[in-house]
Design a protein around this ligand. Sequence first.
Ligand code: ARG
Length: 531
Amino acid sequence: MFGLEKIASKIEIPPEGIGADLAIPCFREKPEEVAEKIRGLKNPLFASVAVVGRYVNISFDLNALASVVLGEVAETKAKYGWNADGAGKTIMLEYSAPNIAKPMHMGHARNNAIGHALANIYKANGYTVITTNHFGDWGMSLAKIMLAFQKWGDRAEFEKDPIRTLLGLYVRMTKEIKTAPELEDEARELFRKLEGGDLTLRALWQEFRDISVKNFERVYALFGINFDLWHGESFYEPFIKEAIDEALTKGAAAYGEPDEKGGKPVVVNLDAFKLPSFLLVKSDGASLYSARDIAVGRWRLKEYPQAEKIIYVVGHEQELYLRQIFKTLGLMGYPEEKFKHVSYGVVTLDGKKISTREGGIVFLEDGLKEAIAKTKGIKEVGVGAILYNMLSMGREHDIAFSWEAALSIQGNSAPYIQYAYVRAKAILEKAGTQSPADAYSPILAGSREAYLLKRIAEFPQVVRQAYTLDAPHIIATFLNEFAQEFSRFYDAVPVLEEGAARALRLALVAASAQVLKNGLWLLGIEVPERM
Ligand code: ARG
């Protein structure tokens, strides 16, 4: 026999014209048995359950559905679509994590978009979400920028346009190191001094950090993003030594072969797990990015034991690396299964990968401002256009950002969906007050009203699916289809026409506006009041 959950996962919404609202393909089970089970549910919303070939077709009692669903939307409003799956549960969510002394560029938009969307999606599924911005304020790359500033920096230029100046210095350093590798040693020496607490270096570091954080905050303000925790990599410095010691005592790591000076690296061997081995500490005693991440993982588990999942939103180029980190934590006796990498593909702009190292990048703040300018200065539309474009594809796919697609009014864009919302609001404004559910006229199967209603009813399931798969694009795809359905309805049905159907139609429009708004909110996108 089979359980109902197994059936639930198979439910399909058949194409228009099939004469059913839901269909369940039964290729393993006997359709008659499935139909019997469903009839046994005695769901008052089901008008008929019929076997047709290998399918079980279900038709709704559309009038019952209308009064339940439209009533629920009117009652729950901004929380329509939410559920309590995560009640009493907590997740920790790391995202954004830009590096200081470098700009956030258009590539970072995707991380911000996915992270912010997941935070909202988990909240809508009842979870308590703790967001953390694990920004890069430590390490060799930063040391190189500091060194470049000391060597070639111009303070006046820096004060005028700090991040662009530092980016220029970083690009120059990357280039010069190729012919003058001793710069690498100098940077290492600088980093050692910084770690040792050298006052001049500490002050410069603090200055870079403060300026960068201010820059990041301007972008987050445009996105409407907030973090519960702002712990840069440097925050974990004091915990690194104990993390390495613990890895050694628990046998997750071991000393490797000494170098010519007798210094021994600390190595994690993951052969048994078919993962490459890696270093926590180099033979010169310098601890690495990886050692910091071991300290980070321990700290998160210790400080937030209630978190059932700790999600890392990080690009897919760090996938192998994070597997190594999580496995090492597991070998140290920590619950490895709590850690989850939510990865995403590369963003290209004009066909090129966006790379800070090369310098030729579009600053995210400039990109956002350009988007707002391109959308008549309406912030919600400009920012939304970029966000939607970053979210509409499955996150594993690489994407090519295109202004044309992002701003399209033909479909699959934030402006298209927002426009549907604005139209819905305009109708409601014109109509004035609405009538209660008992004034609804009957709905005909196959009518535009029926199709729109079913889409409204589907929304809560979409919200649930998005968190189960950590997949904001499920919301994006739904919203695009929903906006299309709304347009079909709007074009075919004279909503404001006086008559028996008006109350129901207006309620459908009100519910549609709510679904569009709630869905966009899940993606971190706001709705404009006009367009
Ligand atoms: N700042 C890093 C980078 O730009 C990303 C941090 C990823 N998170 C982590 N826990 N390692 O590559």
